[in-house]
Design a protein around this ligand. Sequence first.
Ligand code: C5P
Length: 283
Amino acid sequence: MEVPARAKLNLTLDVLGSRPDGYHDLRMVMQTIDLSDRLTLKAKEGKGICVYTNLHFLPNNEKNLAAQAALVWWETRKEPPQGLDITIDKRIPVCAGMAGGSSDAAAILRALNAMEDTPLSPMELARVGERVGSDVPYCVLGGTALAEGRGEILTPLPPLPQCWVVLCKPEFSISTPALFAKIDRVRLRCRPDTKGVIAALEAGDLAGVARRMYNVFEDALPLHRRSRVNDIKNILIQCGALGASMSGTGPTAFGLFEDKNCALEAQERLNGLGGEVFLTQTV
Ligand code: C5P
């Protein structure tokens, strides 16, 4: 069985505070994009899960989130773990703030659920995903959604009007737990206008959403990293993006475009800057 695992972007990301369980309360508007990994699942004789990927540094055993998702699935079904080979053709940049690993996990849950005679509803499946990681419930559901709490409290929103997306992941990676730890000590300059973004979505106003995009984690980046993210955002805006922001804990920065030629120009200019550059669309 072959399944796609789509990446996500944060149209907004606000951190409301830290929690006694070590997590943070968040408020984020999330959007699925077409950039995706491809996963192949193959049942095998015997026990154990093997993960094969085109990136040698990713875990090939039960440490991989895709394998963890399969184990959590069987545990929830109260069934013994089965033998499974998972092949992941990774295209979503890794450690990039785009939920690549969570999206692979969600794809495994969707695939295993689809094989059942009485599959769970998407919301029920999202609840299973909670046990794998904070971003997994959203990745199960996809589309445009408000994510709150740890990220698992989901409210579907009117879809973002279809547009082009140019994104660039700089050469460096960001540790999500480290940036979450740092955000508690950072004085935030401003907060995203989440209500305004939701109102713009309700009005089908792409430009209204794009100009309100904001991610508080940009303030927590070390200065030299922040300036690299700002360089990318400036190029996107100079090329005609309706708005530009960073996704998740970064460092990927992206811009939304109505005009494909503007998006192509941005892609070309960013290609000259280094890093991983993609032109894709919202889903
Ligand atoms: O849930 P997940 O395993 O993806 O989270 C990875 C890490 O990110 C957590 O261990 C925590 O440090 C941080 N995190 C957080 N608050 C959230 C989500 C993640 O502090 N809402």
